[in-house]
Design a protein around this ligand. Structure first.
Ligand code: PFF
Length: 456
């Protein structure tokens, strides 16, 4: 299909959109509870290590691949002659984008519901120990959860209809700025809490007891998830990029922003956890169950709570929009559908497929699921994507970029923006050897084929 590819109007537009995609529920909802479940400090540092040493180089690889091929994931993975089965990397990515969107909008839907509840001051007059029960009630109310899930999907669909620049770029610029300001306000409140000391200890000191070698794949998956990697999203974003930009610098800025917000989120949420004697491994509902404690104690609770959950939904939107976008773009390019049809089809699909996730805590569908698998349907989807599909897609991407893509062409792309030869060699070595070996070993370890530790 010959369509004129839209391009970012400025470098800042690209950075903002990339940060908008990266920073989302992965950091605000998932990061704190996964850090909590994996014992804090050591897991956090593994995550940071994974972002800096594996995530950012792979991020550069995806952007360069998109810019070089000027196409979305499937086209990019078919760029080289006899690409054959490499396309599986693209399909894995698209499949995980679809799956992520299906449960992401359930969580974001709860966020929407909390915005509305905050506006009505839902926890005013409640005893503190009743606050977490609100989440319990909501997550067990199937009809209500499905309604919010639908609403969130519909909002995102509307934004994608608006097109690349007008939609993603415009909203991202606004939302990312609001996000940072609000997070800083909440963070300063948390600094005054009595649980701060314990939180700092939890976040910064390694806890060997809770950390297992198998947590490494979790940390790696989380790093990829928060950077929106392994899904073809950054390939699409790279393809909207104009020729001259310095991809290395841009990627480092995105990586740094993700790390900064991750720390801010952890240091905002864990002081609350320890101040109110909550459990750091509370699981899925952690954000919804912990932060209202903070709001209920503070002056201006209604405003703060509304602002926080609006922020939560905003960031979810900027992350979810590209999820729909990547599935739709590939559908447009490969099935020849027009943009509107593709977007409606993808949104309807993720909504329908998300219904079992929305009902996961009600016991209405697959009532035996949790007994059989030990985790509910929503958690299963999340794990399937974060622990298996994304790292696998990341592995294939690094192998494709490192071994299959024409080296000269890649180097020429990398060097734009005046990179040094040394940096190129290091990065290329990472794509060819370091990333594949590390990811491969971690996957083998997780699947039980390789045992790297005594602990398991
Ligand atoms: N990076 C987003 C987050 O951390 O919430 C989630 C996400 C968006 C993951 C887009 C993957 C993706 F392709």
């Amino acid at each position: 299909m010959s369509q004129v590819r839209e391009h970012w109007s400025s470098r800042l537009g690209f950075i903002m959109a990339a940060i908008g995609s990266a920073i989302g529920l992965g950091i605000l909802w998932k990061f704190p509870y996964v850090v909590g479940q994996n014992g804090g400090g050591l897991f956090l540092f593994t995550y940071l290590f994974a972002v800096a040493l594996i995530g950012v180089p792979l991020f550069i690889g995806e952007i360069l691949l998109g810019r070089m091929t000027q196409s979305a994931a499937i086209g990019a993975f078919s760029h080289e002659e006899a690409s054959g089965s490499w396309k599986v990397g693209a399909f894995l990515g698209i499949a995980s984008s679809f799956l992520i969107m299906s449960f992401y909008s359930v969580i974001a839907g709860w966020g929407l519901s909390y915005v509305v509840m905050s506006l009505t001051g839902f926890y005013q007059g409640l005893a503190l120990d009743q606050i977490p029960l609100i989440y319990e009630k909501l997550s067990k109310s199937g009809g209500i959860t499905v309604m919010w899930h639908f609403l969130f999907t519909a909002i995102c669909m509307g934004i994608v209809f608006a097109g690349v620049r007008k939609g993603i770029e415009y909203w991202s610029q606004i939302m990312v700025k609001i996000l940072l300001v609000l997070l800083l306000i909440l963070f300063s409140y948390s600094l005054t809490l009595k649980g701060l000391h314990q939180a700092v200890q939890f976040v910064f000191y390694p806890n060997w007891d809770k950390f297992k070698v198998s947590s490494m794949l979790e940390a790696l998956g989380l790093a990829f998830f928060t950077l929106s990697l392994g899904q073809g999203i950054m390939i699409s974003y790279g393809s909207y990029m104009k020729g001259k930009e310095n991809v290395v610098k841009t990627s480092a800025i995105v990586g740094l922003s993700v790390i900064t917000v991750a720390f801010l989120a952890a240091l905002t949420i864990f002081p609350v956890v320890f101040s109110f004697d909550l459990s750091p491994d509370a699981g899925l509902g952690m954000v919804f169950q912990t932060l209202p404690f903070l709001f209920a104690q503070l002056p201006g609770s209604l405003v703060l709570s509304t602002i926080f959950f609006s922020l939560f939904v905003f960031t979810a939107i900027t992350s979810a929009v590209p999820l729909i976008e990547v599935c739709a773009t590939n559908l447009m390019e490969k099935a020849g559908l027009d943009r509107h049809k593709a977007v409606v089809l993808v949104s309807a699909g993720t909504f329908l497929f998300g219904i079992p996730s929305a009902l996961a805590q009600t016991g209405w569908v697959f009532p035996m699921w949790e007994k059989i698998f030990g985790i509910n349907f929503l958690e299963t989807m999340d794990r399937l994507v974060s622990v298996w599909l994304i790292p696998l897609a990341g592995l294939i991407t690094s192998l494709y970029v490192g071994w299959k893509v024409d080296r000269r062409e890649l180097r020429e792309q990398f060097m734009r923006g005046h990179q040094s030869d040394a940096l190129w060699s290091i990065w290329y070595g990472f794509m060819r050897y370091v990333i594949p070996v590390i990811v491969f070993c971690i996957i083998l370890q997780k699947s039980g084929i390789l045992d790297l530790s005594m602990q398991g």
